[in-house]
Ligand binder design. Structure first.
Ligand code: NAP
Length: 150
């Protein structure tokens, strides 16, 4: 199964200013909805609490501190699933990820929630596709396959 991390990031690698920020600056919400449609979406409880509306037509799996990433993934019966933050949850699922869908935004926060909380082993990435998110603002989603991350 493909396990795809999907995130909007600033140019300095943050996904939010703080753990309860409602993300209003992301330009790729329409893409997120389209790409995750019909597939399970895993997210941490902080992220779930930041959602302004329900994600319909997809199973949302809310991840808690006592859950085990491997067990969550083994229960999913789908050809792909998405890991949709936040930084704590992204880090916990890091070794299970097969792809990264990253959309850099023209923002610098200086501090906040990193794409991955704590350090990770540097992955070996293969760029597979680039999708236009906002042509006028030169915002693109970069789709990587992870060749090696552990
Ligand atoms: N830009 C983007 O694409 C994007 C995407 C997703 C999220 N976000 C933003 O990211 C932020 C949330 O990220 P986050 O990293 O704070 O949270 P998170 O990963 O969404 O959720 C927190 C996770 O960490 C656990 N946890 C909380 N305190 C812990 C502790 N002391 N020790 C161990 N585990 C603990 C929680 O478990 P319990 O439930 O048991 O507490 C939960 O599993 C929000 O602002 C959200 O809007 C941005």
């Amino acid at each position: 199964m493909d396990v795809i991390l999907i995130a909007a990031v600033t140019h300095d690698g943050f996904i939010a200013r703080h753990s309860s920020e409602i993300i209003t600056w992301s330009k790729d919400l329409h893409l997120f909805k389209k790409q995750t449609f019909g597939y399970p979406v895993i997210m941490g409880s902080n992220t779930f609490n930041c959602l302004e509306s329900e994600l319909d037509n997809r199973e949302v799996i809310v991840f808690h501190r006592n859950n085990k990433p491997r067990e969550v993934i083994e229960k999913i019966n789908s050809k792909k699933c998405f890991v949709a933050g936040g930084g704590i949850t992204n880090k916990k699922f890091y070794s299970h990820l097969t792809h990264l869908y990253i959309t850099p935004h023209p923002l610098i926060f200086g501090s906040g929630i990193k794409l991955f909380q704590d350090n990770i082993k540097e992955p070996n990435l293969l760029l597979e596709n680039v999708i236009v998110v906002d042509k006028e603002e030169y915002i693109f989603q970069y789709q990587y396959k992870i060749l090696e991350n552990n």
